[in-house]
Ligand binder design. Structure first.
Ligand SMILES: *Cc1c(COP(=O)(O)O)cnc(C)c1O
Length: 390
């Protein structure tokens, strides 16, 4: 099946009414992705109580959120603003898990008020502050401790989170050391451990390695007299940025299978997953238009009207996105595709073979549904572009 979002003829005909640059989301692709994620999870973990929490920071569009909510996802938030948006989209407190190394008092109070499922705590001091605020609010806060397992996610260093030099989580030995103090905190209920080691992970062995460590930690806690009811394995499943049309849906089966391979836990343990990118990345494109073509010594520039303020991933992580040119020209030329922003990193592609371009030609930058619009800024006093569902 070819999705609308990858169909140049469809897009050319049906998107004339949208001013560029703009983000377009393919609802059918989102729904197919959601269903496959749920089915794969249920298939590999059929004996467990499971919940996939969508990581809202990947894309916080309310229409997409309500579709995700309709399909029984929970939600993973990293700020009070995200908690408010999740509630607005119809999620309940019990659907919410809340991570982040720097939770504000006001955010903690909001989460307590909403009786969220769990705080994913990242430092000893954070747990103490949550205890104090919970005491004031006369609540018991359910928490999971975020473990930094010091494993290599084998992804870009800027999106690795599970090594000791990353700011995230606590080492397992620090957690064990913290247990006696934790027992004194009357308004804290430790329900589990949380892990999230990075993003755009494409080597499935990484997830099997993670599960092995999780089981070890579970057993070591048991030996300390602490039996936890929940394990949160985080997210990080990568997508195919090179060939989105060939692989429009992430390989959820491989992901859950890899986690299951070494996850030898009692079936009474509730399992949580937090997928962001893999749910929404492929269903979104950034539609833009060629402003000018410029030939300089040895270089061909196609200057488009979308910039790094609209899509920051290439400038931020050196990310590559495939592109679809909507004209139907047969002869090709190599272009540096660049934006209008006054920064040398405002570049979307170097020496990319594309159908010969002219002013006004439309270019769709693919795989922009995750970490696209949410990272947009008004840099250069540009406007934040619109989003549409097709
Ligand atoms: C960002 C984030 C995720 C989602 O990561 P993806 O790579 O988009 O799947 C999951 N959990 C936590 C705690 C996060 O911060």
């Amino acid at each position: 099946m070819t999705y609308k979002i990858f169909n140049a003829i469809y897009l050319n005909k049906n998107t004339q009414k949208y001013a560029t640059p703009c983000y377009l989301y393919d609802q059918q692709l989102l729904i197919d992705t959601i269903l496959l994620a749920q089915n794969s999870c249920n298939k590999y973990f059929k004996d467990y109580n499971t919940k996939i929490h969508y990581a809202i920071k990947a894309n916080n569009n309310l229409q997409l959120l309500s579709k995700i909510k309709q399909h029984n996802f929970g939600i993973d938030c990293v700020s009070g603003g995200e908690i408010k948006l999740a509630l607005q989209a119809g999620f309940s407190g019990q659907d919410i898990v809340f991570a982040g190394v720097g939770k504000l008092d006001a955010e903690i109070n909001l989460a307590l008020e909403q009786n969220i499922y769990a705080f994913n705590c990242e430092s000893e001091q954070e747990v103490e502050v949550i205890n104090q605020l919970a005491q004031k609010a006369q609540k018991i806060a359910r928490i999971m401790l975020r473990v930094n397992p010091d494993i290599d996610a084998m992804t870009h260093k800027n999106i690795s989170t599970g090594k000791f030099d990353n700011k995230f989580g606590l080492s397992f030995s620090a957690i064990v050391k913290f247990l006696p103090q934790l027992r004194q905190l009357k308004n804290i209920n430790l329900i589990g451990l949380h892990y999230h080691i990075g993003s755009q992970i494409t080597n499935m062995q990484v997830f099997t390695n993670l599960s092995t460590i999780v089981v070890e930690h579970f057993k070591q806690l048991q030996q300390q007299g602490v039996t936890i009811s929940d394990i949160n394995l985080g997210g990080g499943l990568g997508i195919d940025y090179l060939n989105p049309q060939v692989n429009p849906i992430a390989d959820f089966a491989a992901y859950f299978k890899a986690l299951k391979a070494s996850l030898d836990l009692p079936q009474t343990v509730n399992l949580h997953f937090e997928l962001g990118r893999a749910i929404v990345a492929q269903c979104g494109i950034l539609l833009s238009e060629v402003l000018f073509i410029k030939h300089t010594e040895g270089n061909n520039f196609a200057i488009i009207n979308a910039g790094m303020n609209d899509l920051m991933r290439p400038a931020l992580y050196g990310a590559n996105h495939a592109m679809l040119v909507l004209n139907a020209r047969q002869d090709y030329e190599k272009y540096h595709v660049v934006g209008p922003v006054c920064e040398s990193t405002d570049v979307f592609a170097c020496n990319l073979d594309l159908p010969k371009l002219g002013r006004g030609d439309k270019i769709a930058i693919l795989s922009c549904g995750a970490y696209g619009h949410v990272l947009a800024s008004t840099y250069n006093s540009r406007t934040i572009c619109q989003e549409y569902i097709i």
